[in-house]
Write a protein that binds this ligand. Sequence first.
Ligand SMILES: CC(C)(COP(=O)(O)OP(=O)(O)OC[C@H]1O[C@@H](n2cnc3c(N)ncnc32)[C@H](O)[C@@H]1OP(=O)(O)O)[C@@H](O)C(=O)NCCC(=O)NCCS
Length: 145
Amino acid sequence: MEIKKLDLTYCEMLAEIDKACMSVPYSVSMFENELKNNTCYLGAFYDGTLIAYGGMWFVADEGQITNIVVIESHRRRGIGKKILNELEFCAKEKGMSVLNLEVRETNYKAISLYEKNGFIRDGFRKNYYKSPTENAVLMSKKIIH
Ligand SMILES: CC(C)(COP(=O)(O)OP(=O)(O)OC[C@H]1O[C@@H](n2cnc3c(N)ncnc32)[C@H](O)[C@@H]1OP(=O)(O)O)[C@@H](O)C(=O)NCCC(=O)NCCS
């Protein structure tokens, strides 16, 4: 498996992964907008096929993780953790001082992934998500330079 930075040519594949895995998927044009901005999108490839991605915005000195998604058939093999670690490395290289993210309150798999990798819960947003409506847990991790 190889992890590499993604460019605009991968937007259709990103949208396909989201369509299969997310209740509110990003469209191709939404991914294009993401990749044109001050972001870092990483993809994991298995036999040349994109099987997972992670995205992050850079806002001042903060890395805002937008999502980490692994296609169902490749989960529980450490790929989500690898992408998270690579996003952190990318944020560190860019001089960011903290990583932030939001996650659905019932998404115990993702919360466990983040907590095992040093994120703490430090906020809450009521009814933040739609389809289905759900609270968000805010999490963060300081980056040590
Ligand atoms: C959350 C997600 C990215 C995890 O990816 P993954 O490659 O399966 O995760 P990993 O194999 O790297 O597992 C890392 C840790 O995540 C947690 N985890 C992952 N899957 C889990 C499961 N089915 N049950 C419980 N914990 C789980 C565990 O803490 C695990 O550590 P462990 O293996 O030591 O127990 C994946 O389930 C996914 O794509 N979900 C749908 C999209 C999503 O919800 N993304 C997060 C949005 S904020």
